[in-house]
Design a protein around this ligand. Structure first.
Ligand code: NAD
Length: 242
C-alpha cells in the first residue's frame, strides 16, 4: 500500500514512534527515524524495518524544537530518499506539575518540543509536499489536550494546540492534496507512562485496560490510507474521553 513512499516519524526510537515506524514499514514505506538522543535504539528500529519488512530505513539525530536543525535534517532526508510523502509528529515529552508551582522553563520546554516541534517539521516538509502535490501529516496529540488533566497544564496546552495546528494545516493545504489529521491516545503502555500504572484514571477507562503502542500505530496507518479524511482527531483511548 505504501511502496515507494517515504515516511518521516519523529521520536521513533521507542514507544509509539517505534511501533508506528514498523507499522508503516510493514505497509511498504521507506522510513526516516528521527530521534533525540538514543542512536542505538534508533538504529535497532531501522534494522527491524529493513530486516523484517525489506524497506530502506535511516536514523537522524534531531531536536525537533530547533527550527534550523529541523530544516537541515529534512534537507538530508530529501537528499537520502529523494522525497517525503508522510510525516508523523510523534516526539513528545512531559514535565508535570501543578500550575502554581510550575517553572517557566518546564512550561516552555514542553510547548517547544510538543507543539513547536510539530510546526517545525510541518514547516520544512510542506515545500516538499507542495512540490509533489501529495502529503500526509499525522500529529500525535493526546486526550489530555481534549479533556485537560490536573498536573499537566503545559502538556495539555501543547496537545490542545496540536489539534488547532492540525485543523489549520488541513484547511490551508487541502486544495494542494495535502491531508493533516491527529491521533489522540489515552493511556498507552510506554516508557512515558511507566509511572502511571497505579493512576486512578485507569479505573475510568471503559475498555478496562491501557492501550499498546501498536494500537496507536494502527490508527496512524488508517489515517495515512484514508484519502477522504482530513482535519480529523481520532481517539485511541479505550473510550476514556467519550
Ligand atoms: P516516549 O517517551 O516513549 O517516546 C517519546 C519519543 O520522543 C522518544 O523517542 C524521545 O526520544 C522523543 N523525543 C523527545 N524529545 C524530543 C526532541 N526534542 N526531539 C526529537 N525527539 C524527541 O513516549 P510515548 O509514550 O511513545 O509517546 C509518543 C507520543 O505519544 C508523545 O507525543 C506523547 O505525548 C504521545 N502520547 C502518549 C501517551 C501514552 O500514554 N504513552 C498518551 C497520549 C499521547
Amino acid at each position: 500500500m505504501l511502496k515507494d513512499k517515504v515516511a518521516v516519524i519523529t521520536g521513533a526510537s521507542r514507544g509509539i514512534g517505534a511501533a508506528t515506524a514498523c507499522r508503516l514499514a510493514e505497509l511498504g514505506a521507506n522510513i526516516a527515524v528521527i530521534y533525540a538522543g538514543n542512536a542505538a535504539a534508533a538504529e535497532t528500529v531501522c534494522r527491524r524495518c529493513e530486516d523484517e519488512f525489506h524497506v530502506t530505513a535511516r536514523s537522524y539525530a534531531c531536536d525537533v524544537s530547533d527550527f534550523q536543525t529541523v530544516k537541515e535534517t529534512v534537507a538530508r532526508i530529501k537528499t537520502d530518499f529523494g522525497a517525503v510523502h508522510i510525516l508523523v509528529n510523534n516526539a513528545g515529552i512531559t514535565r508535570d506539575g501543578l500550575a502554581a508551582m510550575m517553572k517557566e522553563e518546564d512550561f516552555d520546554r514542553v510547548l517547544d518540543v510538543n507543539l513547536k516541534g510539530a510546526f517545525n517539521m510541518i514547516r520544512h516538509c510542506l515545500p516538499l509536499f507542495i512540490r509533489g502535490r501529495e502529503g500526509c501529516i499525522v500529529n500525535i496529540s493526546s486526550v489530555s489536550g481534549m479533556m485537560g488533566n490536573a498536573g499537566q497544564c503545559n502538556y495539555s496546552a501543547s496537545k490542545a494546540g496540536l489539534i488547532g495546528l492540525t485543523k489549520s494545516i488541513a484547511k490551508e493545504y487541502a486544495a494542494k492534496g495535502i491531508r493533516c489529521n491527529a491521533v489522540a491516545p489515552g493511556f498507552i503502555h510506554t516508557d512515558m507512562t511507566g509511572s502511571h500504572e497505579e493512576n486512578p484514571l485507569l479505573s475510568m477507562i471503559p475498555l478496562g485496560k491501557m492501550g499498546e503502542p501498536e494500537d496507536v500505530a494502527d490508527a496512524v496507518a488508517y489515517l495515512v490510507g484514508a484519502k477522504y479524511v482530513t482535519g480529523e482527531v481520532l481517539r485511541v483511548d479505550g473510550g476514556i474521553a467519550m
